[in-house]
Design a protein around this ligand. Structure first.
Ligand code: PGA
Length: 252
């Protein structure tokens, strides 16, 4: 049985005081929920140490939003998977559309980051998804196929045992425009079937999250779809009550 997961993506938000207030509310709120679902927050690098200290004994895991594909060396400004391990990270987001679009991360670079994360025991949350233009020109499946192919070619299908996939249609991120549960389900199914072509048993076990304007008001219907195993939450993960409500929706 695959496990559900709700992960917050704080993006470039927060500061020491705000993070402390947010986590002080999340810890008791989420400790009241069952542990059949996993919970996590992916935070900016400078806050990993304080987040680690704060979540040490909580049922919320933590991680980062990006990782270098390199082990170490002359890569100014980069952070390696090994460094993330120093702060007890469980997860790292790779290939978020903002990184693909704003920082030019190619499918190949994303695959290398995915592999680097796994090599150091981190679970990559691999983001895939199409732009509005791609959806309108009916190339959604082709785009996602290529994004996944880069991973499967470099890391192999077995790597999916220790990965989470997040389907995030770019047109739904931060726009307030959510994919309908059926639109999301169709792509989640497509992703699972793609993996099943190589290993059906493993495909049934891969956690596939939906991301893109998930809110307390729409989480339940999205998470009720058969191939949607939770969410990657941006804006709503910064508001304690909203994030807790979304976490609740994943196990109701
Ligand atoms: P959003 O962001 O929930 O604010 O749309 C989701 C994401 O980018 O991971």
């Amino acid at each position: 049985m695959r496990k559900k997961l709700v992960a917050g993506n704080w993006k470039m938000h927060g500061n020491l005081n705000e993070n402390d207030a947010l986590l002080s509310a999340l810890v008791p709120g989420i400790s009241a929920l069952d542990n059949k679902t996993g919970y996590a927050v992916c935070v900016p690098y400078p806050y990993l140490a304080t987040v680690q200290a704060k979540l040490q004994n909580a049922n919320i895991k933590w991680g980062a939003q990006n990782v270098s594909q390199h082990e170490k060396g002359a890569y100014t400004g980069e952070v390696s998977a090994d460094m993330l391990n120093d702060f007890g990270c469980s997860y790292v987001i790779v290939g978020h559309s903002e990184r693909r679009m704003l920082y030019g991360e190619s499918n190949q670079a994303v695959a290398e980051k995915y592999l680097a994360a796994q090599k150091h025991g981190l679970v990559p949350i691999l983001c895939v998804g199409e732009t509005l233009e791609q959806r309108d020109s009916d190339t959604t499946e082709q785009v996602i196929d290529e994004q996944l192919k880069a991973i499967l070619t470099l890391a192999g299908v077995d790597s999916m045992r220790n990965a989470v996939i997040a389907y995030e249609p770019v047109w739904a991120i931060g726009t307030g425009k959510t994919a309908t549960p059926q639109q999301a389900q169709d792509i989640h199914r497509f992703i699972r079937q793609g993996i099943a072509k190589q290993n059906s048993e493993l495909a049934a076990d891969v956690t596939i999250l939906y991301g893109g304007s998930v809110k307390a008001s729409n989480a339940e219907e999205l998470f009720a779809m058969p191939d949607i195993d939770g969410g990657l939450i941006g804006g709503a993960s910064l508001v304690a009550d909203d994030f807790i409500a979304i976490c609740k929706a994943a196990h109701s």
